[in-house]
Design a binder for this molecule. Structure first.
Ligand SMILES: NC(=O)c1ccc[n+]([C@@H]2O[C@H](COP(=O)([O-])OP(=O)(O)OC[C@H]3O[C@@H](n4cnc5c(N)ncnc54)[C@H](OP(=O)(O)O)[C@@H]3O)[C@@H](O)[C@H]2O)c1
Length: 295
């Protein structure tokens, strides 16, 4: 299985690193080899402290640079990936920022919206053909998009997607996570209509102890520190639903699901609004400069 997951923090455990570890049996025992992760500048390409991981994945894992905040970088990444001429069976749209202060990317997009949503929107669209070619009738290629329970309180402001009118870090994060659910469902709709052997599902990993919480206020940090052992999942537990979505035979050919604790469950009501899904898709195509092929 050749897979691609966005967001690998060098030198620390987070969800994609755990996905990597959980997939080791598949990577090692099956013929398929390459497992690429997008990665930001400024670190070593693998956690060198974890000697076992380095040995285990030698020549099987490759890191390619991709800054999801930059649409140019996403294009360059896809170009580099395509030059490798390898199939793509699983794409995990995982990377995210949370509660960052108001700031714009070089493209002029609000940072949560750009990194969490638009970067993945463009990445997926540019890789769709590779996924369609790699999937088969018996083994569909799979797109897994990480959202969050926060999407339940999210509101999508189609006329102010960049949160320019009234910025709140919580609001911007929640909007990006709702946008990802709308995107994943719309994508499944288009794939069903287009007949490609690819599925699109959403994963909510639950509340997991990772660096995602680095921007919460000090009071929340204290509460997190005191209760984490009781209330929060370890990165390994947090990765389990992503792994389930990526490899479970139960989900063969099944898309359009919201998965939590390895179970299908309901997402927020607005996420099922097909008109909203369609309008967001159209706007997103315009923002990232790709044609809207959808009817
Ligand atoms: N942790 C939770 O409780 C929780 C709850 C619900 C949903 N989720 C979702 O689960 C997913 C994984 O989160 P996590 O908890 O593993 O968080 P994390 O440890 O903070 O990992 C997020 C990853 O995204 C990467 N990233 C950030 N900006 C990027 C950019 N511009 N380009 C490329 N990569 C970038 C980070 O790389 P750097 O480290 O190099 O910055 C990091 O490796 C996210 O989508 C998150 O919203 C997490």
């Amino acid at each position: 299985m050749d897979s691609l997951a966005s967001g690998k923090a060098p030198g620390k455990d987070n969800i994609p690193v755990e996905v990597l570890k959980c997939c080791k049996e598949i990577i090692i025992t099956e013929l398929y080899e390459i497992f690429c992760l997008c990665w930001r500048e400024g670190g070593v390409p693998l956690d060198m402290k974890d000697a076992n991981l380095v040995t285990l994945y030698k020549n099987k894992v490759e890191f390619l640079y991709c800054d999801l905040a930059s649409m140019k970088s996403v294009h360059q990444f896809v170009q580099a990936f395509k030059e490798k001429n390898c199939p793509l069976h699983v794409l995990i749209n995982n990377a995210a920022v949370m509660l960052v202060p108001e700031r714009k990317t070089d493209d002029g997009f609000e940072e949560h919206f750009a990194v969490n949503y638009l970067g993945h929107f463009l990445l997926t669209n540019l890789l769709l053909e590779a996924l369609k070619q790699s999937g088969t009738h018996d083994h569909n290629a799979r797109i897994i998009t990480l959202s969050s329970a926060t999407h339940f309180v999210g509101e999508l402001h189609l006329n102010d997607l960049q949160s320019s009118c009234l910025y709140s870090p919580h609001g911007a994060y929640a909007q990006s996570k709702l946008a990802l659910v709308l995107f994943a469902y719309r994508l499944q709709h288009l794939l069903t209509e287009g007949g490609g052997p690819v599925t699109s599902n959403v994963v909510d990993p639950g509340v997991v102890i990772t660096d995602l919480y680095q921007n919460v206020c000090w009071a929340a940090k204290v509460i997190k520190w005191m209760t984490a052992w009781l209330l929060m999942k370890t990165p390994e537990e947090g990765a389990s639903t992503s792994v389930y979505a990526a490899v479970s035979p139960e989900l063969e050919g099944i898309g359009g699901c919201y998965l939590y604790n390895e179970q299908r469950t309901k997402s927020a009501d607005p996420s099922y609004d097909e008109e909203l899904q369609k309008r967001l898709w159209s706007k997103s195509c315009k923002l990232v400069g790709i044609p809207d092929v959808a009817p």
